[in-house]
Write a protein of this length. Structure first.
Length: 390
């Protein structure tokens, strides 16, 4: 053991044997080392208390944040009332309720995404909201916003074009629904090269404004609206495999569209369309030249710019390439804008040997078919009794 160690032990022994001074006796000043030890013992006693206080602060703060978060989920912020001003929101095809909520929030319509989702999750009608443009207001309550989205009154320019309408009928409908001047549509229609028509349309718009429900952009031009309708035709043409099937039939796609327009115009009901298509096909391929005159009243009406169902004898003498009483084969192009059912019927006629059909009761959409000329004459007499026309 070293001398330093021995000296340390000796000092320690003397301190242990030294009696404590009485309480009123003056105490010798403590060394700095003693003071540090006292402070260390006090710090050790306070450390657990400080740690507990720190933990409590964390727990209490976290609890507050947690309660705030839960309250926000249960009672998400929402505006009051029907809102002010005007804003147009585009709901896209396939949007979920959450995506709709985000679009509304971004447009300033609703105050929070969660508020809209919460309400929409309780209202099954929310899943029936259709894609398109909606006129809404800013800072609306989620209930007011949802009610408007479910109302047709809020739709911005939504329009439905029925099957079988002519271009001359469609343009005024578009002008009325979109508030674009009719003259703008007429001007756009006069420049078919800007509308994206397929080559087999040969620059003719008739037949290619597809009947459908559209939601045009409120800022769209007349050309853009018409082009979207042509684009929809081309989409359906792909869906029904128009070009390949026309080729299999030995026809051009344009001829198929023309036949579909005749089928659309002459059919009282969708189930009649394949039969009407078969009559047209049988006559076009007949070995008898006179049978190739289709003698369809609808083509005469188109030539005259009329919309009657039955042509008079005088009208059947109209000099026009569209008058199939006077001209053999198909007219130069479609006479209306057919839908998908008519297009499919033209591509796949029903099996049968019919050569004639008569809409014997146009009011009730009754059409009868026959392969006999004598029976055909009887059907015409039935038509005359029902309509007063021969």
């Amino acid at each position: 053991m070293s001398d330093a160690d021995l000296d340390f032990l000796r000092q320690l022994s003397e301190r242990q044997q030294r009696p404590e001074p009485p309480g009123d006796a003056p105490q010798a000043p403590r060394s700095g080392r003693g003071r540090r030890r006292k402070k260390t013992r006090k710090g050790r006693r306070l450390a657990p208390l400080i740690a507990i206080a720190f933990l409590l602060a964390i727990v209490c703060g976290g609890g507050y944040i947690g309660l705030t978060t839960i309250n926000g989920m249960l009672n998400p912020p929402d505006y009051k009332g029907a809102g002010t001003g005007s804003v147009t929101v585009w709901i896209h095809e396939g949007d979920s309720v959450a995506l709709m909520a985000n679009r509304l929030k971004d447009a300033g319509v609703v105050k929070s995404v969660d508020a809209f989702i919460k309400l929409a999750s309780k209202d099954t009608r929310a899943t029936s909201i259709q894609p398109g443009y909606y006129h809404l207001r800013r800072q609306m309550s989620v209930k007011s916003a949802l009610d408007l989205l479910l109302s047709d009154a809020s739709r911005a320019g939504r329009l439905t074009i029925p099957e079988g309408k002519r271009v001359a009928q469609i343009l005024p409908l578009l002008a009325k629904k979109t508030h674009i001047p009719l003259k703008d549509f007429q001007k756009a229609a006069s420049h078919p090269e800007k509308l994206g028509l397929p080559s087999y349309a040969k620059g003719k718009l008739e037949g290619y404004l597809y009947p459908f429900t559209y939601d045009p952009d409120p800022k769209a031009t007349a050309t853009q609206v018409l082009r979207s309708m042509v684009d929809q035709f081309k989409k359906v043409a792909v869906d029904v495999d128009l070009e390949a099937k026309a080729r299999d039939l030995g026809m051009s796609p344009g001829d198929v569209v023309t036949i579909a327009s005749l089928v659309q115009a002459e059919s009282g009901r969708p189930e009649d369309m394949p039969k009407v298509a078969r009559v047209i096909d049988n006559r076009l391929h007949s070995s008898q030249p006179w049978m190739k005159k289709l003698q369809l009243d609808s083509t005469v009406m188109y030539a005259l710019g009329k919309y009657n169902t039955v042509a008079t004898y005088a009208e059947t003498k109209t000099n026009s390439p569209y008058n199939t009483y006077m001209v053999s084969g198909l007219p130069p192009g479609p006479i209306d804008n057919p839908g998908e059912v008519a297009l499919k019927a033209a591509l796949e006629p029903a099996p049968g040997n019919w050569l004639y059909f008569v809409a014997t009761d146009p009011k009730n959409r009754v059409t009868k078919f026959t392969s006999s000329y004598a029976e055909f004459q009887k059907l015409k007499q039935e038509l005359a009794r029902n309509t007063g026309h021969g």
